[in-house]
Design a protein around this ligand. Structure first.
Ligand code: ADP
Ligand code: MG
Length: 692
């Protein structure tokens, strides 16, 4: 679908300008300088030519068909220009101009207007308020963009709404001497969307790695579907900004990006198998490694160095990221003892010494590539005056081109003096970094990616023993009654319908009813005030625990009747079940995505430590397992120091059933099971709340 946008055969510029310092001039210059393979048609009613190229008074006068039109004209002229393009059968329009939805209602109206016209003619709109696209494919060479980074041919494609960040990423690669393939920055993205572009890049054979930056997802569901599909084919590396309220404000003020502080995007990345980053530098450096290297099959790294300290730094970073440095196999050790200087350190890291030469490096690389103890190689290469560094570089390239295991190289040099050495490595596709920690993080990202991709996803369980219709009927009644918060009997009724274990319960109105209910449930019991106005029950004196007999129950109810005057006041009588570990489970609706589910330690821990983790519905068997082990206090659930652990299987089942409940009852806005008590071999919810 987007073929003619990313691989245009001809480009016209409406708003082509004869003024050197203008976008309408720069776009043409960029196309010319980048040696665009097709004709360029400047459109300008007053000039005969722009930058020496014949200009046309109107798009209608262009002799041939036009795949891409740039519009660099004031917003108010855009709708009519789109209309003209429609008659001319133009396929795509890149609207560089601003003044649309990003400035408010007035601009939004113009955006709607031109979009309707474009739809009428089947024209695709890229932007508005955007930079445009670049395709470095030698057959195309389309620089439909007004920025300045001129990419070498490469395998990395970049997509982002934000032109500034797309440019930052582009420059990052350029500075490292790494080429890129397709570049797409679509500003307001009123028509062509990011997921659509990602799907196209997934199909583009020249793209090996996709790098994207998002400030919040407009259509999370589509993003998730597309990302899953594409990430199965090639690495997708993503960064999300907006982690603070201040970041959200900054984002809202510069694009129509609809950014908000969110957790969901990271979870979407995770569910889709996208590798996510928190730092743009790390993203760029990792992509550089992905572009040329095979994916490691495991986390075991062999380190080769000709300098001590930097290998230590790299080792710390890699081990911190979960990589291991296994010792050399006997065979490797024997081989290296024979082939390196006697003073060399034959271990992992192996230190060939500063005087180590090309043959030494080669021996190490060959041995570690063949050694089954290693999945990837980290190389430190400092360029001393007293060795032939070009030859070392050539050996690294030769081994790199065998593509047996991934390599990263921390190249410590003066790039102005060792130009040849640098060039050999660069042309040879060796990802070179200028700091040991940076190279180590790039390699760690590749290992992390392998883990993400090879991780089992688990399955979404569909429990057949639930009473979906019963629960839905309860919900409907509550909605019809205009309730914001469900009453206790409704809440516990819904949990019972989904076989989520609760402490034995009854809802009553009077002290007498409470006594009878308690006798049925069996002492000891708990009595809780139930009213829409009593939110934090225990803080307000609305919870009486460990009531041993009828008199205690009567007394508790009578006291609460005196305390709370609410018209809807009822009482929950509940089995008292002391001694379990308190955990919290919760859920919150996420627009367009289902629900965000939370799990963590309950009681005081949730407030003090915020020891909670999140995931998105539908939860899978593997995800609920992970949720239990990802919290910091996970050892408490596993059992430590002779203490028995908690009913992990039971907790996981509650999370899975909760996920099903949330999928079936999307009207639930928020849900809290706080606490859920985890015993050695059973689980039981003792406080639950559902709001609509
Ligand atoms: P709220 O959260 O509104 O203050 P809860 O119903 O959670 O009220 O009760 C407060 C605390 O009392 C719980 O966190 C738990 O420690 C304890 N508790 C409540 N119900 C029970 C019960 N049935 N068995 C054992 N402990 C309970
Ligand atoms: Mg509670």
């Amino acid at each position: 679908m987007l073929e003619s946008l990313f691989r245009p055969k001809s480009v016209a510029v409406i708003g082509a300008s004869t003024k050197e310092f203008s976008i309408g001039n720069r776009v043409i210059r960029n196309l010319v300088d980048f040696e665009f393979k097709g004709p360029i048609y400047p459109i300008n009613p007053k000039a005969d030519e722009v930058r020496g190229i014949k200009a046309y008074k109107s798009i209608m006068d262009v002799p041939d068909g036009v795949d891409v039109v740039h519009m660099v004209i004031p917003a108010k002229f855009v709708p009519q220009a789109v209309e003209d393009c429609g008659i001319k059968k133009v396929k795509n329009i890149i609207i560089n101009s601003g003044g649309f939805s990003e400035i408010g209602p007035e601009g939004e109206a113009i955006e709607k207007d031109f979009l309707a016209r474009a739809k009428k003619y089947g024209i695709r709109i890229f932007g508005p308020n955007c930079q445009g696209v670049i395709n470095s494919d030698p057959d195309i060479r389309a620089y439909c963009n007004f920025t300045f980074t001129k990419p070498d041919v490469g395998y990395i494609s970049i997509v982002a709404l934000s032109g500034g960040v797309a440019e930052v990423i582009h420059q990052g690669f350029s500075e490292m001497g790494i080429g890129t393939r397709i570049y797409a920055s679509n500003g307001n993205a009123c028509d062509v969307t990011i997921p659509e572009i990602i799907r196209y890049l997934g199909e583009d054979d020249g793209t090996r790695v996709i790098v994207t930056y998002v400030e919040g997802l407009r259509d999370p569901e589509t993003f998730m579907t597309v990302a899953r599909e594409v990430a199965a084919k090639k690495p997708v590396l993503a960064m999300k900004a907006v982690r603070t309220a201040e970041g959200a404000k900054a984002a809202a003020s510069h694009t129509g990006g609809l950014a908000k502080e969110d957790l969901a995007t990271d979870l979407i990345f995770k569910k889709a198998g996208i590798l996510s980053f928190r730092d743009e530098g790390e993203l760029i450096q990792a992509a550089a490694a992905f572009a040329t290297q095979p994916i490691p099959k495991g986390n075991r790294v062999g380190v080769i160095t000709n300098t001590g300290g930097p290998a230590v730094i790299a080792t710390d970073v890699m081990v911190g990221a979960g990589l291991t440095l296994p010792p050399l196999s006997e065979k490797t050790e024997a081989f290296l003892k024979e082939n390196l200087y006697p003073e060399a350190s034959v271990n992992n890291p192996v230190d060939v010494l500063a005087t180590g030469n090309a043959a030494h490096y080669r021996a190490c690389m060959d041995a570690m590539m063949a050694d089954e103890n290693y999945d990837c190689l980290y190389i430190n290469f400092v360029t001393p005056f007293f060795v032939d560094t070009d030859s070392i570089a050539k050996e690294i390239v030769a081994v790199n081109q065998q593509r047996i295991k991934p390599i990263v190289c921390n190249l410590m040099t003066d790039r102005r003096q060792w130009t040849e050495t640098v060039k050999i490595l660069q042309d040879g596709g060796v990802p070179c970094f200028s700091l040991p920690g940076v190279a180590a993080r790039a390699l760690s990202a590749m290992v992390r990616y392998n883990e993400v991709r090879s991780k089992k996803t688990g399955e979404v369980k569909a429990f057949a023993d639930v009473d979906k219709d019963g629960a839905a009927a309860v919900m409907q009644q509550a909605i019809a009654a205009g309730r914001k918060m469900l009453a206790a009997d409704d809440v516990y009724g819904i949990l019972d319908a989904y076989k989520i274990p609760t402490a034995g319960w009854a809802v009553v109105n009077t002290p007498e009813e409470a006594e009878n209910a308690a006798a049925d449930i069996g002492f000891p019991v708990v009595v809780k005030a139930n009213s829409e106005s009593v939110i934090h029950k225990s803080d307000m004196g609305g919870v009486a625990v460990n009531l041993a007999d009828a008199a205690a129950v009567r007394d508790a109810v009578t006291r609460m009747q005196a305390k709370f005057s609410a018209g809807d006041l009822k009482f929950l009588v509940q089995k008292f079940t002391p001694g379990g570990t308190e955990v919290i489970m919760g859920a919150k609706a996420e627009e367009g995505l289902g629900h965000l589910v939370m799990f963590g330690m309950g009681g005081i821990y949730v407030e003090v430590l915020k020891d909670v983790v999140f995931n998105l519905t539908p939860l899978t068997t593997v995800e609920v397992e992970d949720m239990l082990s990802e919290i910091r206090l996970a050892p408490l659930l596993e059992g430590i120091r002779g203490q028995k652990g908690a009913d992990r299987a039971g907790l996981q089942e509650v999370l899975l059933r909760l996920s099903q409940l949330l999928a079936d009852l999307p009207q639930i806005q928020e849900l809290d099971l706080n606490p859920t008590l985890a015993f050695e071999d059973s689980t039981c919810v003792v406080d639950a709340r559902i709001s609509l």
